[in-house]
Design a protein around this ligand. Structure first.
Ligand code: FE
Length: 344
């Protein structure tokens, strides 16, 4: 779009997450959505790279015949199989679907940072695969070969239909709701539910002193993911304030039902991939944990909880609430942000 030669200034009150009036998306100021600027700065403070983390102990344990059971080897690879493509799906959604419809420059700034973080996560999985000498072709193709991973990916991708269409535009009730639905699915479900059984398995390894380098990688990823989730929820909350007409009772029901569907998909993933349980986590444990985090996601955007399940793995909160328990990590002490920044 050509720019107009004018002394007329941008009015901060015209700024919107989507459908900003005369939105000039290249003027960072005047800034309205300061939560996005805060998230951008937080992302920079949390910057890390996979190659900074030592993998030697993991390599020794993986090569040894006496450290990991066959079930554990299988579980470790299946979890990686989910992870390896999940962050690329998230990155595609940011770059190809979300970014171009956002009319807030500060939100766009954060999305650029977030997209880079998704690339770092994919790099981390690649680095684990390479360090351990795993078969990359097999691990990166698991989202096509393992039905329960395929079903999660297909569920997520179905919400890109329409939004990826080059002719898709926000600006009417139906398309704005479709865009908001995409944000809810990617933030609350993809970043907020679909990673969490896999996170639990990896921290199960860590609790037994196994694959601690990989677990440290995943810990950094979980910290980033909780910030992505928080940012996504802030985005949803702000669109609700700016366009309250979108958040109808029918729409709220639809989001709640999608979250319930995601809980079933996640439970099927955990129980078909780890039919005998894994790292002391039983099928019931997975079910309770997935329900517990689903309730937290619903609450975060002001929806009533569905399950009322207690957290069966309080140690998972410790893995996020890192400031409280630095020695939880066997590898090295990390300068973490304040626990408050990591709350759901
Ligand atoms: Fe993410």
């Amino acid at each position: 779009m050509p720019i107009e030669f004018t002394t007329k200034r941008t009015n901060v009150n015209d700024r919107r997450i989507i459908n900003g009036k005369d939105a000039d998306v290249v003027q960072l100021h005047p800034m309205k959505h300061t939560f996005a600027w805060d998230a951008y700065n937080m992302g920079n403070t949390n910057h890390w790279l996979p190659t900074e983390i030592g993998m030697q102990k993991d390599v020794e344990q993986w090569r040894s015949n006496s450290v990991l059971t066959e079930d554990e080897r299988h579980a470790f690879q299946v979890v990686l199989g989910f992870f390896t493509t999940a962050d690329s799906l998230a990155a595609n959604n940011i770059v190809l679907a979300t970014y171009r419809h956002i009319t807030s420059p500060e939100v766009r700034m954060y999305l650029l940072r977030q997209a880079y973080e998704e690339a770092i996560h994919t790099h981390a999985y690649q680095y684990i695969v390479e360090s351990l000498g795993l078969d990359g072709g097999s691990i990166f193709n698991m989202y096509r070969e393992i039905e329960s991973i395929y079903n999660k990916a297909s569920f997520i991708l179905s919400f890109n239909e329409g939004i990826f269409d080059p002719n898709f535009k926000t600006g009417d009730f139906e398309s704005d709701q479709k865009f908001l639905e995409n944000l809810c699915v990617f933030s609350l479900i993809m970043e907020g539910i679909f990673f969490y059984s896999a996170f639990a398995v990896i921290f199960g390894f860590q609790r037994q002193g196994k694959m601690v380098g990989s677990a440290e990688q995943i810990q950094y990823i979980m910290r980033d993911e909780s910030n992505h989730l928080n940012f996504g929820a802030d985005l949803i909350e702000t669109i609700k304030e700016e366009q309250p007409e979108l958040w109808t009772p029918e729409f709220q029901d639809r989001i709640t039902n999608l979250i319930k569907e995601a809980v079933d998909l996640e439970y099927t993933f955990a129980t078909t991939c780890f039919p005998r349980g894994i790292m002391g986590i039983s099928q019931d444990g997975f079910r309770q944990y997935i329900e517990y985090i689903a309730d937290r996601r619903l609450q975060r955007v002001g929806l009533p909880i569905v399950y009322g399940t207690e957290n069966p793995f309080p140690w998972m909160s410790e893995a996020v609430d890192i400031a409280k328990e630095k020695n939880f990590f066997e590898t090295r002490v990390i300068e973490y942000q304040t626990g408050g920044a990591l709350e759901w």
